[in-house]
Write a new protein. Structure first.
Length: 390
């Protein structure tokens, strides 16, 4: 990592665990010193034992100082070297037990520098690399202890050294991984919030600018007629496409939970010729269901813009009955000639059957269309989508 760079998020996530580990290191150091005071009279080489304990204290202080640099750019590298040093010091002190005590003593007692202090190496490996490294470290330290004490045999299964060290490595490793995952989720949530706020800002600007211009071009082009009528139709198509894009982006970006509020997915379609009415309270619905309903409404409004006539207005009404959601999309355009939907489906034009009816039926709901048409003079079209809450 380059000097001056920020620590990784995974390193920041485990910082509280490292702080707790350093507090435990000081406690275990005090315990090891007290154990040395009690055991020194039984050693053959008391002076060497005190030298070894002094080295242990010096290493504990040095490692604590190195690990206390929480904002150091190379904190991960420092922690890695400290963990490696812990293992070297622990194994060396354990092996040196045979230099300071006779067989009868080290065979039936703890090795230097006590099993409790030796867990610092296991804890460091677990926090640094996770549960697998913690378990392997615990097994290594336990194997060294059993070898030094010459207890390979039945005592392996009755001595607490192996299960304690391995359990500590497993537990701290799992805790470290959980902390890293929580940090990653927090950062994703922060990024999502920022992206959502930016999307909403852009949506407002698009609604107040681009969509209004497209709506104006559609209206004026239709009024002027002639070649500009095709321009008006293209503007209407792009207006609908842009609204669908904004709606789909809202659903895709909103991943804060299993449900979304259906209201903003519908109100995004509001224009001078499209009126949207929703309840005052949030209308929660499953994320996928909300996206499908919004897409069906967008398709229905697209049909209004393309087929209902230049002066047609559309009205979207959302009702929450408790057991079901009822969404009505009504227009005052020319209506649909009798049998036209069946003809379109027979011709292979499946926009209505798939984009509207298919979506709603996939949610377990129903989609009904009501239209009146009489000799070219229509009374509008109304879609009613009924989606059960279950």
């Amino acid at each position: 990592m380059a000097r001056g760079a920020e620590p990784r998020s995974s390193d920041v996530a485990t910082t509280p665990l490292w702080r707790a580990a350093q507090a435990l290191r000081l406690v275990t150091l005090l315990y090891a010193v007290l154990q040395q005071v009690a055991s020194a009279p039984y050693y053959q080489n008391q002076r060497l034992s005190w030298v070894l304990i002094a080295l242990m204290a010096v290493w504990s202080g040095a490692s604590a100082i190195m690990l206390s640099q929480w904002q150091f750019p190379d904190v991960r590298r420092v922690r890695r070297w400290v963990v490696f040093g812990d293992h070297v010091v622990v194994i060396a002190l354990m092996a040196a037990t045979r230099l300071v005590a006779d067989y009868d003593w080290y065979h039936g007692h703890q090795t230097l520098p006590t099993t409790l202090w030796a867990t610092n190496a296991v804890i460091g490996a677990a926090i640094l690399r996770g549960p697998v490294a913690g378990v392997l470290s615990g097994a290594l330290i336990a194997a060294v202890a059993l070898t030094v004490r010459d207890q390979w045999g039945q005592d392996v299964w009755t001595d607490a050294t192996v299960p304690v060290l391995v359990s500590v490595g497993l537990a701290l490793g799992l805790a470290a991984n959980t902390a890293r995952r929580a940090q990653d989720q927090l950062e994703r949530a922060v990024r999502l919030t920022a992206a959502t706020e930016e999307r909403e800002r852009l949506s407002r600007e698009v609604h107040d600018g681009v969509l209004q211009v497209l709506s104006y071009i559609k209206r004026r082009g239709t009024e002027i007629g002639g070649p500009t009528e095709e321009l008006a139709q293209r503007a209407a198509e792009q207006e609908v496409a842009l609204r669908v894009l904004i709606t789909e982006t809202a659903v895709r970006d909103d991943s804060g939970g299993a449900e979304v509020d259906l209201r903003p997915l519908l109100t995004v379609h509001a224009t001078p010729s499209v009126f949207v009415s929703t309840p005052g309270n949030p209308v929660p619905i499953g994320r996928w269901a909300g996206a499908e309903i919004a897409a069906a409404v967008a398709t229905a409004l697209s049909n209004v813009a393309l087929h209902a006539g230049p002066d047609a207005k559309a009205y979207v009404l959302l009702e929450d009955t408790g057991d079901a959601l009822v969404i009505s999309v009504r227009d005052d355009g020319v209506g649909i000639p009798p049998g036209r939907l069946a003809e379109a489906e027979a011709e292979g034009r499946l926009g209505v059957s798939r984009s509207i009816v298919g979506r709603i039926e996939a949610l377990g709901g129903t989609a009904e269309v009501l239209t009146e048409h009489d000799g070219g003079v229509g009374f509008g079209t109304e879609w009613e989508f009924r989606v059960p809450r279950t």
